[in-house]
Design a protein around this ligand. Sequence first.
Ligand code: ADP
Ligand code: GLC
Length: 505
Amino acid sequence: MRVLVAASEVVGFAKTGGLADVAGSLPRALARRGIDCRIVMPLHGVCRRTGLAKPTDKVFEVPLGNRMLPCRIWQATLPGSQVPVMMLENDDLFGRDDPEFGRSLYQFSSTDGTKRDYPDNGERFAFFCHAILLAMKAIDWWPDVLHCNDWQTGLAPVYLREIYGKHPDPAVAAAWNRIRCLFSIHNIAYQGRFASGLVETAHLDWRLYNHHQLEFHESLSFLKAGIVFADRINTVSPTYAEEIKTPWYGRGMQGLLIERSGRLCGIVNGVDYGDWDPATDHRLPARYDAMSFDAGKSICKAALREKLGLTGGDEQPVVGMVARLVEQKGFDLMSDAASGFLAQGARLAILGEGDPWIRDMLVHLSNRFPGQVGLRFGFDEDIAHLIEAGSDMYLMPSLFEPSGLNQLYSLRYGTPPVVRGTGGLADTVTDTSPETVEAGTATGFVFQPYSSEAFRDAVLRAMALWRHHPAQWRRVVKNGMLQNWSWERSAADYHRLYSAMLVAE
Ligand code: ADP
Ligand code: GLC
């Protein structure tokens, strides 16, 4: 079976969040199952700077507006695998990211510090979607399944079915139409909406711009396009697959998803334990495992305190968090909730980058609790690993969470997660109660209402167990560390889904 995974970011080359982790780890796990898997992504500036990609002599042109834009294929290999990665070069569109100047993959910092989307994101990713198909043709490699991820790839199924699948030569059209298309929704809040004029710029037929296909509230939505034109749709946890069929979570897509629910399923993300395992993690000052973790965690905790300027010692619990600083992650609960648990002596360690209001709120909090709140703004993989290892508890009070990876990392790092019971968090964390401790299933602390009181109480519950019932705490830690959320399991689910797509359609 041949599978082409298309994504706008892939860990090791370019990353802003969990999508990159998935787009790197899933292909590796698919390859281990014997699938002939390749990846296609844009050649961002940061990809070029890794020095891992080399230009090839394959060049083609992509129509955009009234121009033909050149695209060269660059070639790399996914680290730790033989999986080929095709990177599509057009520097005007994709070469602009540079953290030093506040320019990331999709956004730039304006003079007042706020993050704004690049005004030409629609053109950039229309180009990418079209180029995905032209790249297959250029290298003459035809997948059985094209696996698209998130809005940035949403027009690829449209080009596949509406342009190439309708080629005047029936043999050519049939070759394109043999390709099945899976569209994975990692986050329905990002809908890739653009002014309708993009229909023409993208060389699509106006006929498709209607309420049943590309139009979404008087704009063109790439996400909707993916949902409508793919053969199957999945999202990254079973609970989120149900949630997005309801109005609040569905963000306007719920009707369409209900209509297409026979083709929609949920597959929870996995962890790449090659990158995320405290027993082998070379980013840490000490390593540890489920059989012996006290000494290792204590060394990591001391290093974390030092790195983030936290006062105190082993006797104060450190609660950690690594996240994009966006509304989704529950930051509007943080100030009130944290005041509650910081007053009880906790230390808080946060790494993130994103919205200025969240940054300001966190700085304000750290001024109110000097020495108790350690902050690092920016993207830093070493500190992300250190927070997972050196904290006693991990926070994920998300407003919504399609899957979430950090709670899975924290389970393996012996750092029980405190989570809101939504999406993938509900599917992967078992609340601690006398019954679940007894049954050996407790792995974390789950709260339901989206309120700072509920969040604070869950953290206080965790702190009370940590302080007063160390034996029980250790059982919770160990339960989590011994769980297996490896990609092997999720890759098997994707493999089954691909196979079903090939026979069913
Ligand atoms: P999301 O994709 O919504 O951001 P996930 O939990 O799925 O959330 O994945 C987030 C990933 O991005 C994790 O691997 C996390 O460690 C990483 N991450 C997020 N922010 C940062 C940061 N500032 N520095 C380093 N890694 C980060
Ligand atoms: C999204 C979601 C996150 C998920 C990630 C990878 O960014 O917010 O929950 O884990 O995609 O699927």
